[in-house]
Design a protein. Structure first.
Length: 173
């Protein structure tokens, strides 16, 4: 047999092995009910439109249902109408999940000094916290942190990258 033939056979065996699950490869067939992993009851979970399940009050649920960030114009920290709508949805979600607390991280794009961007990012995070408070979310459930330009969401020196990095992001804690 030639080397090429051996490589093709090895590749075919590798690909076919990747299609089998652990249960299938061990038993030579489909998984049985006795080997299936039990799932949590459906009533304890919420299904997003993607068909995925998320624990109520989790970061994954927030991301799937609402999104975890709002964006700002250059050198601005006031909330746009779109940002207010998103923060309003966060507020409603937090009222449904009373055990949830958020950390709002303020971010800036790479332009400007480190000190300027830290201060601007702090004002962005505080603007979100203040609006959540106006909407009835207890201040004890919202913490803020400023990252300045230190944690970009998108790398690059373009208007598109800068626009994605001027943000406040909500993290469930």
């Amino acid at each position: 047999m030639s080397f090429k033939t051996l490589v093709v056979i090895a590749l075919a065996l590798t690909i076919s092995a990747c299609g089998a699950t652990k249960d299938q490869s061990a038993t030579g067939g489909a998984a049985t009910a006795a080997t299936a992993v039990p799932l949590k009851p459906v009533q304890d979970r919420q299904v997003a439109t993607t068909g995925m399940t998320y624990e109520p009050g989790s970061q994954e649920q927030l991301n799937a249902k609402i999104g975890d960030r709002v964006f700002f114009d250059t050198d601005r920290y006031d909330l746009s109408q779109e940002a207010r709508a998103t923060v309003g949805s966060w507020s409603d979600w937090m009222k449904q999940h009373q055990n949830v607390a958020l950390t709002i991280g303020g971010h800036a794009d790479e332009r400007g000094t480190r000190e300027y961007n830290l201060a601007l990012a702090a004002r962005r995070a505080n603007a979100v916290r203040d609006y959540l408070s106006v909407l009835g979310v207890s201040a004890s459930r919202v913490k803020t942190v400023s990252y300045g330009k230190e944690r970009p969401s998108v790398l690059g020196s373009s208007a598109e990258a800068w626009g994605q990095n001027r943000r406040a992001a909500a993290a469930v804690r």
